[in-house]
Design a protein around this ligand. Structure first.
Ligand SMILES: Nc1ncnc2c1ncn2[C@@H]1O[C@H](COP(=O)(O)OP(=O)(O)OP(=O)(O)O)[C@@H](O)[C@H]1O
Length: 888
């Protein structure tokens, strides 16, 4: 609490528009005007010691009452006790609260010296304007002797109005003061007990009542009440402790009365509420009795409502006839009869489906669509170009039967969000139908109504949800549909995607044709291969490969971080994530082709920051408890703050609490230690490959999975046995065959490669070979591991380690030819992510390198192999015994 302070002769003055700060109260001011920013900068920010400033109330002319006597400009000394207002015409460049006031404004002659408890500086975007948030504590009253508005901000010659200790002791012995103190204490205690009963707080105020001098407490206590400006000013002007106590008693008493009145009103309202609750219960009982008696009035009402809904659904005439038939049947049924409910649910669906209702397609503005795509997604130039072409065709021929776009790529590369951007660009609604794991044809076409629990298919359900007949419908994960005894969903999708057939799509549940031709379909898939060829034939595949580290950095900085902060109610004022930390997270915490995990990591950081901010908020709200206790109306009053966003903090809060509470405005800057604390120890480092291939028999392959390109280690080991080959790691048939081919090739070349003792010539003599593909839980298949398998075996038999910085991919024939493979771009991106420096590729994959970003290629050495010997030559360090072979 404010101890006695020695005031300087002159103070910088911060005008406080139509508000008053009393000693012992706290305010939080956001300074945005030129003069207040200058004042804070020069008087508080640039000083090392805690600065003092004067807070002086100012009022517009309109606020003045006839009681106010106004003095002439600049000086108020001759006013004495007669008046406490200083009138200044601010015709110079001086501004108050950020507004220039050509009219007369009135400065109060008394103010309160305040000490800054906390300061924070911010820069507004995009204007670059500097603003400050200052937390001030009111200390003591002063009198303005002379006010100067020259300079960037006001200053005033002042004199303190604080009593000396001796003067105060004398006052305290005055019998009038003693009586007044008792009265104040009694009224205050009454108020506290009343509030305590309601909110079970107030203990802290009680303690204050016992410990603080009452004349000081009078200020603090009333600071939390709803008071008119006149009352606040009169409190400020009450220099005499007796006058102050008497006014404070009056205010506390008035507050007490207003709470009592409010309580009475609440009780009355509660009484009325219980009456209406009774009525509600009565109505419920009446309804139950009616039902018992078979009185169906309500059902008839409901059916009439359903009929009206069906009429306004805009069904085509043939469907309307069908619906009417069904409704007639329903009307003849009793609600308890079997089939009543299902028939009703069916009619509800017919009434809810958007038969005619469509989003009004705006005039397509290609430039705006391009801007939208650019704004939502970084990079992806080719994909965006293709989307713009697609939209351009729609613009010229709105009813064109364009191809169905199918975005194919690893998870988290933006397939879904691109589709939703297309919808936004077209001004249509967007609905996503997830097809992952759909194995039953009924999921697409619905169940026949004869089945119990029958439902419409996902498409009709999606249309009902979206409520328009022309949405952009995303068929998500179209590659994950399977087929079993329950039918083939892919064949149902054939009908959906065929513009000739989807005009009258037949959902088994609906049992009437529905026109899907106005729907724009977009599909997504992780891989093309599992999509049945006839379905693939109806779509145009647009590939979205994974992102490079540089692209991820840009996406994170420009899109993910701002979005995640926003989702968590934060902004860069609270949490700052420097670029270096973003790079670190990309390298050490994520190794994915897309950016989904990256987004998750930012979300984890944002959550941690949100907890911190919320905890601090709680500190403020704990303090506010006390405040609210005394003034339930306070929040409204604060909301009225004009240019200055002001918040008066409660009484009885100590300085530490206040500083803690306002550390919110000091932002959290993410550093390495914070990353480790929140995200855990780094998950990846570039030494992984080096550690894994440190022993002979291990090679580094590049494979293509559902998640994009991946680095795949292949381990081979030998043991005593009978020449058998063991394979583990959830391998498919193709990869198993590749392993057999690899072993055969190595055995055939064992002598040339000097892999077996000359006399034996058989590498398998007396031993078994075991080849394992780690990450044993993940199924693997495909021929592209051929060269990696041979390299691992040669390394095992020659007892030479493979180079740790080299990864490879390629199919190998039995004769040692290296054949081209797919997914080159993704594989190279994966190698780059893992810190690999050299990549061995089949020579015929050279053409695929054009797709790889130059920034990645410049960091990698690409080695092309025609035959297996070329691969071996590059894969091992030092003198290569295989060089001559390749020349053979
Ligand atoms: N180029 C990009 N620019 C900005 N944000 C992106 C970009 N690519 C992906 N994102 C963001 O990454 C997140 C994941 O994207 P999205 O859900 O579209 O991935 P997806 O490819 O559909 O994945 P899945 O195959 O798992 O459905 C989204 O928040 C998306 O906005």
């Amino acid at each position: 609490m404010a101890e006695s302070v020695e005031l300087p002769g002159r103070l910088a003055i911060l005008p406080f528009r139509n508000k008053v700060l009393l000693p012992g109260a706290f305010i939080r001011i956001r300074c945005t005007s030129h003069s207040s920013v200058k004042l804070v900068e020069q008087e508080l920010w640039q000083r090392e010691e805690k600065g003092l400033i004067g807070i002086l109330p100012v009022r517009d002319a309109a606020e003045m009452t006839s009681m106010d006597s106004v003095l002439s400009q600049g000086v108020g000394s001759e006013s004495g006790e007669r008046s406490s207002k200083v009138q200044i015409s601010t015709s110079d460049n001086h501004k108050v609260d950020g507004k220039s006031h050509p009219e007369v404004i009135h400065w109060h002659k008394r103010g309160v010296a305040a000490r800054a408890l906390h300061l924070s500086r911010g820069v507004e975007k995009p204007s670059g304007r500097v603003t400050y948030i200052v937390v001030l504590e009111g200390l003591c009253r002063f009198n303005v002797e002379e006010l100067s508005t020259r300079g960037p901000y006001c200053t005033a010659k002042i004199s303190s109005l604080e009593m000396t200790k001796a003067e105060m002791e004398q006052v305290e012995q005055d019998p009038d003061f003693v009586t007044l103190s008792r009265q104040f204490k009694a009224t205050a205690m009454e108020l506290i007990s009343l509030l305590e009963q309601k909110q079970k707080t107030g203990g802290r105020i009680k303690v204050l009542l016992e410990t603080l001098p009452l004349h000081k407490l009078a200020d603090i206590f009333v600071a939390s009440f709803e008071m008119s400006l006149e009352e606040q000013l009169s409190m400020l002007d009450s220099v005499d402790p007796k006058v102050r106590l008497s006014k404070a008693t009056e205010l506390v008493d008035r507050h007490l009365q207003s709470i009592r009145v409010a309580e009475k009103i609440t009780q009355k309202v509660e009484g009325q509420l219980s009456k209406s609750q009774k009525e509600f219960l009565l109505r419920q009982q009446m309804r139950a009795i009616k039902e018992e008696l078979g009185d169906n009035d309500d059902d008839e009402d409901d059916l009439a409502a359903l009929e009206r809904k069906m009429q306004s659904a805009g069904m085509p005439s043939n469907i309307w006839k069908h619906a009417q038939r069904e409704l007639r049947r329903l009307k003849k049924m009793q609600p308890q009869q079997p089939g009543y409910n299902s028939s009703r649910v069916y009619l509800e669906l017919l009434a809810d489906l958007p038969w005619q209702k469509a989003s009004e397609e705006q005039e397509l503005d290609l430039k705006a669509a391009k801007d939208r795509l650019d704004c939502d997604h970084y990079g992806l130039a080719k994909v965006k170009q293709r989307i713009i072409e697609y939209l351009a065709v729609r613009k010229l021929k709105p009813d064109a039967r364009g191809p169905v776009l199918c975005f194919v790529g690893p998870p988290g590369v933006g397939k879904t969000s691109l589709a939703s951007s297309i919808a936004a660009a077209l001004g249509r609604k967007f609905v996503r139908i997830s097809l992952g794991g759909v194995k039953d044809e009924a999921d697409i076409r619905g169940h026949r109504r004869t089945y119990i629990g029958s439902m419409p298919g996902r498409l009709i359900d999606g249309l009902k949800r979206v409520g328009v007949c022309n949405p952009v419908m995303l068929l998500d994960e179209i590659d994950k549909t399977g087929s079993d005894v329950r039918g083939d969903p892919a064949s149902a999708l054939l009908e959906v995607l065929d513009p000739e057939q989807n005009k009258s799509f037949n959902d088994h549940y609906l049992n009437v044709p529905y026109d899907l031709s106005k729907v724009i379909f977009v599909a997504t898939a992780n891989r093309v291969q599992p999509i049945p060829p006839p379905l693939l034939d109806r779509m145009e595949v647009i590939e979205l490969p994974g992102y490079t580290a540089e692209e991820k950095l840009r996406i994170a900085m420009q899109h993910l971080i701002p979005r995640v902060l926003d989702q968590h109610g934060l902004n860069s004022e609270y949490l700052q994530i420097p670029e270096a930390m973003v790079k670190l997270v990309i390298q050490r915490y994520t190794r994915e082709a897309g950016v989904r995990n990256l987004e998750r990591n930012w979300a984890a950081l944002a959550r941690a920051a949100a907890v911190r901010v919320a905890e601090q908020d709680q500190a403020v709200s704990v303090s506010k408890d006390v405040h609210k206790l005394a003034s339930p109306l306070l929040d409204n009053r604060l909301a009225e703050g004009a240019e200055m966003e002001m918040e008066v903090l409660p009484m009885g809060v100590n300085n530490n609490e206040i500083s803690t509470a306002f550390k919110i405005s000091s932002r959290l800057v993410v550093d390495e230690a914070m990353l480790e604390k929140i995200l855990g120890p780094p998950r990846f480092d570039d030494r992984e490959a080096a550690d894994r291939v440190a022993t002979p028999g291990v090679s580094v392959g590049l494979v293509w999975t559902n998640f994009g390109g991946e680095v795949q280690f292949v381990e081979a080991t030998a043991m005593i046995g009978n020449g058998e080959l063991h394979l583990t790691g959830q391998l498919g048939d193709v990869i198993k065959e590749s392993a057999k081919i690899a072993l055969t090739w190595v055995r055939a070349r064992a002598a040339d490669l000097k892999l077996a003792p000359a006399e034996e010539k058989n590498v398998l003599q007396g031993r078994d070979i075991h080849i394992h593909f780690p990450a044993g839980a993940v199924p693997k298949d495909g021929p592209s591991a051929g060269v990696t398998l041979v390299t691992a075996l040669v390394s095992l038999f020659s007892q030479k380690c493979v180079r740790a910085d080299t990864a490879m991919t390629g199919e190998m024939t039995l004769r040692g030819l290296v054949l081209p493979v797919g997914g080159i771009k993704d594989k190279i991106l994966a190698a780059h992510r893992h810190g690999i420096k050299r990549v061995i590729l089949p020579e015929r994959n050279l053409k695929d390198l054009v797709e790889v970003p130059a920034s990645v290629l410049s960091n990698l050495e690409i080695l092309l192999a025609k035959r297996m010997e070329d691969v071996l030559e590059q894969a091992f360090d030092g003198v290569s015994p295989w060089r001559q072979l390749s020349k053979l």
